[in-house]
Design a protein around this ligand. Structure first.
Ligand code: HEC
Length: 147
């Protein structure tokens, strides 16, 4: 009986940890969408922006660009995996995301001014930032998240 009792006591902390983990996963703000889902939405928003740019549909262009700039962050557990896995390169990954945010914000502002040429320039810069991060990190982060 004494042994069983001890076994229960040593198991208890991990049960608490498991319970906490399940609880956190149930909180959307902490769990968040996964990175792949965030990226799929970015891809859709970029297509929408591209269509709106050539149609001179400025409200849609501004809205799509704002959606890109304000994209949700992936959940805590993926963020921690990325940070830990990239080590000292995590900062470059983060700044690649900020570069996308800046380019998308400038694109939205150009759309709000209905300035087609400025919008086209910021759109190109935006696509370059997407591709730049993919070239540097996509395979590496994929391996971290889907081993
Ligand atoms: C900070 C780095 C970074 C930036 C910036 C970035 N991506 Fe990604 N992207 C990734 C990574 C990492 C993956 C692989 C994710 C995975 O497989 O879990 C990915 C995957 C994708 C995918 C494939 C999703 C799928 O179905 O597998 C699309 C589409 C995509 N990104 C679109 C974009 C667009 C559009 C932009 C710019 C508006 C962008 N990304 C900016 C890192 C980035």
């Amino acid at each position: 009986m004494a042994t069983r009792h001890r076994a229960f006591r040593t198991a208890a902390p991990s049960r608490v940890a498991l319970g906490l983990l399940l609880l956190l996963q149930g909180v959307p703000a902490l769990a968040g969408p996964n990175l792949q889902a965030v990226m799929k939405t970015l891809g859709d928003d970029l297509c929408r922006a591209s269509g709106a740019l050539v149609q001179e549909d400025y409200p849609t262009l501004a809205e799509a660009a704002r959606a890109i700039a304000d994209h949700p962050r992936p959940g805590m557990s993926e963020r921690l995996k990325i940070l830990a896995g990239l080590g000292t390169d995590a900062e470059r990954f983060r700044s690649a995301d900020s570069a996308v945010q800046d380019a998308a914000t400038s694109l939205a502002e150009a759309a709000e001014r209905e300035d087609a040429l400025a919008a086209a320039a910021h759109y190109s810069l935006l696509v370059e930032q997407c591709v730049d991060c993919h070239a540097g990190f996509r395979q590496r982060v994929r391996a971290l998240l889907h081993p």
